[in-house]
Design a protein around this ligand. Structure first.
Ligand code: F6R
Length: 243
């Protein structure tokens, strides 16, 4: 079962999510954090930066591993997920950049890279916590709805809906990469603890299907019903169809 915490708005959601990560870091200063990009966790990262600045937590011994990255994309591109992580977290805390892992959007042999990323995940000991957003179509990472979800890190085609949703960050929809490297569903499920952050009415269907729907590859997030420690932290709008 997925535990659910409904918050009044984005700020409260962000604080609640950051609180859980903060407690983890305080209890285990060398935690491995599985991280996500996108708008949903930005507020949570802001709270964690504040906690760092207030001297409550340090990232000195933290390692991070990100869910996904567009492909192909240069890590210095301002829409790459590496760039996003630097801007929204890494550049503001005392983390050692060499302890932060984001899939390589320029990997030459992409299949080999995916195998290595999966092995790296295991070598790190797996994520103590995995942060997830959820796509309007129920995707997690870039595991798009499919009857044949892939377990391990892999290269995937983005669905039209995802490309459209992400076009808001690019000059034109034609600039949005059509592929991405993503952890697989099995990789995500290996995390010891999972937190999904979701806000806004446009996530209401996906949240409903994740919590109340059948466990099906057609809503990849519904797979989290099988995880032993998954929590959804959402705002009232995202929860509106579950009442
Ligand atoms: C991002 C990721 C995606 C997003 C999802 C929601 O690393 O893996 O699954 O979490 O597309 O994106 P936002 O938060 O922008 O609505």
């Amino acid at each position: 079962m997925i535990k659910t915490i409904v918050c009044k708005d984005y700020d409260e959601m962000s604080k609640k999510a950051a609180q859980i990560v903060k407690e983890l870091i305080i209890n285990k200063e060398d935690s491995v954090l599985g991280l996500a990009t996108g708008s949903s966790p930005v507020g949570m990262y802001k709270c964690l930066i504040e906690d760092y600045k207030a001297g409550v937590i340090s990232f000195k011994n933290i390692k991070t591993i990100n869910l996904d990255e567009y492909y192909p994309i240069d890590p210095t591109h301002n829409q790459s997920y590496r760039y996003f992580m630097n801007e929204n977290l890494f550049d503001h805390v005392d983390i050692c950049k060499s302890n932060t892992y984001v899939p390589d959007g320029l990997a030459k042999d992409v299949d080999k890279f995916c195998d290595e990323y999966e092995a790296l995940y295991d070598k790190l000991g797996g994520a103590d916590i995995q942060i997830l957003g959820i796509g309007r179509n129920g995707h997690i990472g870039f595991n798009e709805p499919s009857n044949e979800l892939i377990d391990k890190t892999h290269l995937t085609d983005l669905k039209e809906d995802t490309i459209k949703a992400n076009a808001r960050f690019f000059d034109s929809i034609n600039d949005v990469p059509t592929k991405a490297i993503t952890m697989g569903i099995g990789t995500i499920m290996k995390a010891k603890k999972i937190i999904v952050v979701a806000n806004g009415e446009n996530k209401a269907d996906a949240v409903y299907n994740m919590l109340k729907g059948q466990v099906t590859g057609m809503c990849p997030a519904s797979m989290l019903q099988k995880h032993q420690d998954a929590t959804l932290i959402c705002d009232e709008l995202a929860y509106s169809k579950c009442k």
